[in-house]
Design a protein around this ligand. Structure first.
Ligand code: ADP
Length: 284
């Protein structure tokens, strides 16, 4: 267990007349990729927004470096924590470079204008997210995957140790999703950043999470390594999904294979992985 700079304590939160989280305790492990998984409407975005200070909890508190985030100044929080909400939208006609520059807002003051440090951060962020070649193009002209990388570059330009991302890979090609997740893992493992990511793809979540957290009906049901959390029993309980969890023989990563009505276990596994070495079944 590593340390934690960001944690929620007994969070009760939701929207007018609709409570979503009830007494949720949550610690984000420093320098790791934590992935939140759960069915639609289970409260993942609500938890992310509450932890990012976007949504004030009804009760409980979010501590960032020991200080209540909802009683901290926006600029102070924004220098430590960046968030990419679900489906962000940019002002019309804005170029990639202009969008990425917005990530520097926590460092701008009336008396401190654009600096060489801001410039370096923007150039670095565009290079890391591989969008430098689009710098002068309007963001609206890009494909979904390219656009998503630009948003990630904007968050990277903020140069925060903590980065919260809500479904950053939705609607992207699988290859683009994998590239993006590889980038996020490198940020955590090579650069010591802390990432909290909501994902909807179960197998990508199991493959890339250091810590996997499953939510259902506004509660945290399971949290820990994919080894302990990504089990057939938990997938059934949390997603009502009938599936086997197997180990990919090449990468040793866990993979869930939904059960097809009317087929037997051996048929499913043999057909799915016919060209690979024998597959290890993980007990439920
Ligand atoms: P998830 O991210 O797991 O899909 P959410 O946190 O977005 O779940 O939503 C949890 C519940 O809160 C859902 O029932 C959803 O309809 C409701 N909800 C989400 N956002 C709002 C909102 N802005 N106003 C009212 N209800 C909302």
């Amino acid at each position: 267990m590593t340390g934690t700079r960001l944690q929620g304590e007994r969070l009760t939160a939701g929207y007018e007349g609709h409570r979503v989280l009830s007494e949720v305790d949550f610690r984000v492990e420093d320098g790791r990729v934590t992935v939140l998984l759960g069915p639609n409407g289970s409260g993942k975005s609500t938890l992310l927004k509450t932890l990012a200070r976007t949504l004030a909890p009804e009760r409980g508190q979010v501590l960032l470096d020991g200080k209540d985030i909802h009683h901290s100044r926006t600029r102070d929080v924004a220098r430590k924590l960046g968030i990419l909400p679900q489906g962000p939208s940019a002002p019309e006609g804005v170029t990639v470079r202009e969008l990425v520059c917005l990530g520097r807002f926590p460092y701008q003051h009336l008396w401190r204008q654009w600096s060489s440090e801001d410039e370096r951060a923007v150039v670095d962020a565009m290079a890391t997210a591989n969008v430098a070649q689009f710098a002068d193009r309007p963001i609206d002209d890009l494909s979904g995957g390219q656009r998503q990388r630009c948003w990630i570059a904007m968050v990277l330009a903020q140069e925060t140790d903590l980065i919260l991302l809500d479904e950053p890979t939705t609607f992207l090609d699988l290859k683009v999703q994998v590239d993006l997740l590889e980038l996020l893992v490198r940020l955590a493992h090579d650069k010591g950043r802390t990432l909290l990511v909501v994902l909807h793809d179960l197998n990508l979540a199991a493959a890339y999470a250091d810590v996997l957290v499953m939510m259902r009906e506004g509660r945290i049901e399971h949290g820990g390594t994919p080894e302990t959390v990504f089990t057939a029993t938990h997938l059934k309980q949390v997603f009502d999904l009938d599936a086997h969890v197997i180990r990919d023989p090449h990468t040793q990563r866990l993979v869930c294979v939904p059960t097809l009505a009317g087929s037997t276990t051996s048929t499913r596994i043999d057909v799915g992985l016919a060209h690979h070495a024998p597959t290890t079944m993980i007990p439920p």
